[in-house]
Structures are given as C-alpha cells and as structure tokens.
Write a protein of this length. Sequence first.
Length: 436
Amino acid sequence: MVLSTALLLGGIASAQKVDFEEYNLDNGMHVILHNDPSAPVVVTSVMYHVGSKDETPDRTGFAHFFEHLLFEGTENIKRGEWMKIVTSNGGVNNANTTDDRTYYYEVFPSNNLELGLWMESERLMHPVINKIGVSTQNEVVKEEKRTSFDNRPYGNILTVVKENMFKNHPYRWSTIGSMKDLDAATLEEFQAFNKKFYTPNNSVLVVAGDIDKKQAKEWIQKYFGSIPKGQELKKQTYLEEPITQTIKATYQDPNIQIPMLVASYRTPSMKTKDARVLDLISSYLSDGKSSKLYKKIVDEKKMALQIGAVGFSQEDYGMYIIYGLPMGTSTTADLLKEIDEEIVKIQTDLISEKDYQKLQNTFDNQFVNANASVEGIAENLAKFYLLYGDVNLINNEIDLYHSITREEIRAVAKKYLNPNQRLILDYVPSKDQAQN
C-alpha cells in the first residue's frame, strides 16, 4: 500500500509527537522526562558533553577510554559487578562515544527506575579510577582497535580521511585515539579528565518510558541533587581554513585486495540548514540501491562492486564521504569520473519533482523510525539538548527538511561539492599484499 504524503504527514503530526518536560537541578544538571506508558520499560541515560575533540594531541583516546573505564565500578558497586546488577534485574545497558559526546544508558523494567538512577548517579559521583581498572581497560581498547580498525578490511578509512581533512581541529584524530598516548598517560591524568568533564553541569539526564513523573523527580533529586557542580567549561573554538585545492592522499591497507576510491568533502556544522540540505543530497546520490550513483555505476554500467556514502555529521564540522570499489577493468579514476558527472547534474539542473518527493518520503520515514522506540527517543532528547541546544527538534526537525527546496539543493551542491574542495584518497592494498 502506498501512503500519500498528506496521510503520512498527518500520521507524523498526530502519532509521533514526543511530549517531554525539562528542568535544571541546582548543580546545573539538565533533566528531561518523557512519559510513555505503552510498555513497562524505562530508560535512564546520561549524555556528557565530552568527546575526542576535548582531548589534547598527545593524549588522544581519553573520551572513548572512559566509555569503558566507567563500567569498572564505583565506591558502592564492586569491580565486575556493574553488568551483573543490570542483567540480574532484567536490564540491558551500553555506552558509545563520538567526537562530540559520550552516552551511557540502561533499559530496565519500569519497576527498576530507582535502580537505574542510582547506578548512573554512582557513575557520576563515585567512580573508582585506579591502576587495575586503567590497565584492564587499556587491553580491552587495544583489542577493539585491532579488531575494528587495524585488522579489519578498509578499517582505517575514516581515520585517514579525518587526518587529511582537518589540520587544526581535534576532529583530525580518531575517536579511539592512539594506543601510544593511552600507554603514556598517568593515573593522575585519567583522574583529572574525569574531574573536569564528568560533572552534572556538563551533562543531561534523560528518563523515558513508563514513569510516574512525581516519583521520578523525587528520586532524581535524591540521587543527583547533592552531586557538586563542576568547574565551568569553556569550549575552545577551532577554525579550519577552507579547502581550495584537491587534497590527494594514499593509504596502504594490508587487509584488502581491491583498491577503494574515497572522495571526501568538508561540510558545515550539523546544526546548520546547509548540513540538512546535504543530507538530502547524500540520500539522492548515494543512499541505497535506488540512488543515482548505485543505479548508474553498479546496476547499469557494472563498473563497481559497491558505491555508497557516509554523511558524518558533527557539532562543529561534518564530512560527506563517497566510496566505491571498482570491478573488472574499471579503475578508481573511472569511478570518480562517473561520480563527478552526477554531481555536476545536481549542481546544474533541478532534481525532478518525483525524486524530490521521494526524498521527502524517505526522510519522513526516517523521522518516524528515529522515535519508534523509547531508547531512540531518550537518545534523541539528549542529543538535541546537548549538541543542538533545542530539545524541540525531536518534534520539528522534519519541518526543516520539508522547507528545503529543489533550488536550495542545487545551490548547496554548487557550494560544497566541487573538485577543488575535497580529498581524493587512494585506499589501496599494501605492496606486500598486492604481490601475493
């Protein structure tokens, strides 16, 4: 069944509105509550405004390291007991880190809300940061780097792209950082990082699910209200000079046999309208098997095994990264030529009304799906507050996408997607691998 846009938008307007309440504790911690009684579960989550961009060039990887380290235990949760407490009470938990923030969450049956709040307050107020925990997690992170980056085919693409796209901004290093830096760090440096960034006034607490708001507020005050306020942080601003000529780089990967073309364009902050226009452009050109690039280069011309793109949206800058694996006699240069032809088309002509409508429907579906679970809602509430400064975007960001015109799509493509404004990375097999 095909839904008309009017019906779909009507569904979004009525069914997808996320109601929330927000307030501040005296110590500066922002709190957001969302009541959803449709299922007997509750999410307790804390997002900290600290990521890899808050590190120094000789101590990279700290933010990601803390994502692991702060599961080690607290003054009241013995080492190794965190996961046991969660699972024995019917819950699941996890954490993740980006360049801009670190996010921790638990999902419990709703009768364990107090437990979830207590555990997150323990992580914030009473973390145990000692030599045994640092040593243990150091080995865990090293294994993650080996598995997910160093020994994985094409695993270092993003690392190489970032170090070539950014010269001044801390985005130039990877979130997982350098093992050399982590090895060199002292216990006191880890403790100082925790004291500086893991504070109530540098975070947002989200409680979402089947909750009694009055009771939730009492518990939040009980467990978080007495945590001392941290020092006021002044986020440093890093500016990058515009890219005015093609950056060329080569990286040899011992884990691959087929070279990969990587073309990366620097894009503006995810908070800007231009970034959202580029989201539409990325979807149009390279999102899935119905995209222009895939249909042309993979399906019709059979020049590539794969064509795709990653929109890497971040708080200060972003990247639009197109990649392709050539097939048969085709080369990475051949793929680039085909890609450039499609970009010129979108820079020159308005996309068709049919393609424009398809984009709108795609983003309507993404909007619905993003808020389809209580876990997704909790993370979006935290993200829109902490990184965008506007929680209401959880309900109205789709309106910003609807406001984008075909003319704006053409203009933004002309502004950002030019050959002299990009990195061309030849991601190739290592010479030893090529000879085997």
